[in-house]
Design a protein around this ligand. Structure first.
Ligand SMILES: [Zn+2]
Length: 296
């Protein structure tokens, strides 16, 4: 049986927050088996917020968790990295209201987590195995999950913009190597006009070409993209981070069309509500594809 894991050593990460533009110091520590991922605001009396669906607040531009007025935002890129590296139990201490944005991708988190290494607990890891489809839709936006032996994602985006348009990708995301190669480097993206509107409201003050791909009316303002389809890859990264709030890794195939954080989180909630659509059990890893097994 695959067992739960925590970090072998502490990991420290620092950088500016996207919205405040202020420096945030983050300190990830090993945690006991079964504790899950817990964020701790060291600047607010060490208030603790477990990274679970029960603590998710309104999440549109970024995924936000909160408890009793204390929040932590933009957790999704770190959560995706923890999910991909199969690290279940970590205490994430930080001295500000948001996880550092870094370069807008998951890669800096993957690098820091890998440097810290992981250590196995004795307790088996429980997996959510989907046995019946679950879906949510809103206007044209749709997201569903179907039975599948591994964690697989098909994602399509369709923006009315000449440089963006329609992009789709399917990828099996089991194992670190698949995530590293396919999703981790993909940066968040935004439209120049949205950045200007947010900054007028005092938000996105830390936003720059160093931490996002910015799309202007004429084209992309950054020097170059990391993948021709970096946009849809980033959406898959966000989805991975959002589904990790279920608290257990998922064996199922997600199919998403024009979705975003709000839709991802609605799907996760619907999965929890549909008790006969899945079961929870340890897993031997049998059936995991070769590439994934080598990376895990
Ligand atoms: Zn994102």
């Amino acid at each position: 049986m695959l067992t739960r894991r925590t970090l072998a050593r502490d990991a420290k990460i620092e950088g500016i927050g996207l919205h405040t533009g202020k420096m945030v110091h983050m300190h990830l520590r090993p945690a006991p088996s079964g504790s899950g991922i817990v964020f701790v605001r060291t600047d607010l009396d060490h208030a603790e917020i477990p990274a679970t669906l029960a603590h998710v607040g309104p999440s549109f531009y970024a995924t936000v968790i909160g408890r009793e007025e204390v929040t932590v935002s933009t957790i999704e890129h770190l959560m995706a990295a923890l999910y991909a590296l199969q690290i279940d139990d970590v205490r994430v201490e930080l001295d500000g209201p948001e996880v550092p944005v870094m370069d807008g991708s998951s890669r800096p988190f993957v690098d820091a987590l890998r440097k810290a290494g992981s250590s196995e607990h004795d307790e088996p890891r429980q997996y959510i195995t989907i046995i019946r489809p679950v879906s949510v839709s809103h206007d044209e936006k749709r997201v569903a999950i179907y039975p599948c032996s591994e964690f697989r994602v098909t994602y399509a985006i369709d923006f009315d913009h000449p440089r963006l348009g329609y992009q789709e990708l399917t990828a099996g995301l089991w194992g670190q190597r698949a995530f590293d190669e396919k999703l981790a480097p993909a940066r968040t993206f935004t439209f120049e006009r949205d950045v200007q509107a947010l900054q007028r409201e005092g938000l996105a003050l830390g936003g720059s070409l160093d931490n996002a791909v910015v799309i202007g009316d004429e084209g992309i303002l950054n020097q170059e993209l990391r993948f021709p389809d970096e946009f849809v890859r980033h959406k898959m990264l966000d989805l991975t981070g959002d589904l990790s709030l279920l608290g257990h890794p998922v064996r199922g195939h997600v199919v998403a069309y024009r979705a975003g954080h709000d839709m991802h989180l609605r799907l996760a909630k619907r999965i929890l509500e549909c008790g006969d659509c899945w079961y929870l059990a340890p897993w031997s890893g049998a059936g995991m594809n070769h590439e994934a097994a080598a990376g895990a």
